[in-house]
Structure formats: C-alpha cells, structure tokens
Write a protein that binds this ligand. Sequence first.
Ligand code: GMT
Length: 380
Amino acid sequence: MKIGITCYPTYGGSGVVATELGKALALRGHEIHFISYAMPTRLNGFIDNIFYHEVEINSYPLFEFPLYSIALASKMVEVVRFNDLDLLHAHYAIPHATSAYLAREILKSETNNSIDIKFITTLHGTDITLTGLEPSFLPTMKFSIEKSDGVTAVSKFLRDKTQQQYKINKEIEVIPNFIDVNKYKREEDEKTKCFKKNFAPNGEKIMIHTSNFRALKRVQDVIKIFDEVKKKIDTKLILVGDGPERGDCERLSRELGIFEEIKFMGKQDSLVELLSVSDIFVIPSQSESFGLAALEAMSCGVPVISSSVGGLPELNHHGETGYIAEIGDVERMAKYAVELLSNQKRYDLLSANARKRAEELSENNIVPMYEKFYEKIISG
Ligand code: GMT
C-alpha cells in the first residue's frame, strides 16, 4: 500500500507513534509518505520506501496567523496526486483530520482528474480530552471525526470518551500503541554499569519518570512520592524530559531539601539505558489516554506506579505489572513503591509481568492491526 502519514513532527507521543508506525510499515514493504511541517524527529537514518514532504507555509502581512491547516491540505492533495497514494492517515485530529477532509473533497471534486482517496484519523489524547473540547475547535473536530473514513483510538477509554463527549455514533476501532521490544529491552553492559555507578553510587534504588513536564503530568507528585520513599529506602530519582513545569519542580525539590538526590536530565536519547538502570517508573498523570512512556519502561522490565486515569489501567495492570492509585494520592503511590522495593521476589514477578505485557503490545502484534484496518477502509 502507499500511505500518506501526517503527524506533529517534533513533540509528543503521537508523533512518535506515527513515525514508528511509518517505519514499521515501510519495513513490511509499504510505501510511506510523511507529510508535515518538519522532519519527524524519530525519522533518523535512511529507510527504503520512506519519503518526506514538507508543508510550505508562505507568510504574507495580511495573515497574522500562519494558515497551516490549508497549506497542509494543499500539500496532501499534491502528494496524493503525484504519488498515487491509496490512503491518508492523520495522527492527532487537530488540525490533521480537518486538512485530510479538505484534501479528500478537493481531489474528489476535480472534474477531469477526480481521485477517490480515503482518510483515517487516529485519536491520541488531548486532541479529544482537552483542546478538541474548546468551543473554538469542538464543532470542527466533531465534523472532521465523523467525516473520516475510519477512526482509531489508542485505548478503549479514548474511544468511549470520544463517543460520549462529541456525541458521535461512529464506530471507532481501538488499536493500542506498540513498542519495539527488541530495541526497548533491559541492557546490561559497560554503559549501564557506568550509569548505575554514577546515579546510585551506594547501590541505591532508582525511580524514574519521563515526560514533557506539562502540568497534566503532575511531575511535582513524582517528587513528593520520591520524598516519601527515600525516608524508608535509599533511593535516587531520575527525571527525563523538559517542559513548562520543570522550573517549579526544581524549586520544589530545593524546598524539600532533596535536590541533590534528583537528576534533572532534560531531553535524552539514551532512554533504554536510563530505563535499564531503573527500578520503578512513576506516571501520576491527571490525564493520559494511553501512556506510551510507561510502555517503554515496561518493555525494559520496569514496573509502573501510575494514576488510575484514562487508558493507564488498560496498560498497567494493578498488582501484576505495577500499581495504580487515585490521582494525587501521593501517600498510596509511595507506599506501593516501598512495598515493591523491599520485596525482591515480588519485584522480580512484577518486572517479568511488565515485560510480558509489553510483548503483547509489540510492534509485530499491533502493526498488522493497522494494515488490516487500512485494507478494510480502502476496500470500502
Ligand atoms: O494528547 C497529548 O497530550 C499529546 C499526545 C502526544 O502527542 O504526545 O499524547 C497522547 O498520545 C500519546 C500517544 O498515543 C499517548 O501515549 C498519551 O497518553 C497521550 N497523552 C495524553 O492523553 C495526555
């Protein structure tokens, strides 16, 4: 198949999922055309069958705001026409589904050279639970989702939320996010030994959190949980990523007198190595439709302590792959962490289960679900 994929190229899990999907599909022999305003960050290295088309946005004094949605639709039209695409796949509904709708209608309307292209929208998270609900987007979002030829959501939670909140009857297929279990696996080599020595010189346990430090990730809770845990067990905390809450998090750690015990790493490429030296992954989010960062940790055999929101309980099974508590229940999350870190037998069991759960969501299991869905939509 020849598929056009549109996603946000620089930030967030939806872009990661879209890019990894495109790469996996290309390796399975499909021709993939990424259409975006910049090269997706994960699209590093040459892969046969992958093409990248940059959306051109010309500035003009009259346009105070860049007209990206229109420029994207025009680029989609061009790429479909000149590359003979079979399907467009929009990741994150705003504004990608709307642009895809526009492109489909433009191509259909051409009198001499009409093309009947279909498009699929994959819903990821805040496109539904937050931004899409704003009055300035809601009617357009509902329309674009309803007019999509196929819709997928990354969790049952997100499917149900979309149907309820947007009053949409349309069938939404749940295709969970996936992981390359051969890449995301616990490493034990010179590099990880060196990391471990650096982070936990006296054999301390290591807790880890990775995110984009937005308010909804509740990174301050991670710090408070850590503060409780380290009173009972010698532990260090690694915080990976960067974002608007980082300054407040650093201030909170200083106020609590634990700044020296925490490594604020910023954005990092060596995620597998960092996860490989970690004992517990903490994700206390206020909203999380799936939790790709938790899946990455689980694939490296790291049990997860999460909040009970959104799609997290579908991924992290309470008492099996980790533990779940109510949003903001720092005390309970800390208690679970202490329990786990002080019982090696139980820890080993949960670590093995976390890896097994990740294997269920391996690229090899999930990518064929997209292929099947594509075939179904293309054949009408
Ligand atoms: O929805 C967002 O906040 C952005 C989006 C992204 O681009 O990172 O994240 C969502 O999509 C990820 C990939 O499907 C999921 O793993 C995240 O749980 C989800 N984020 C939220 O629901 C907050």
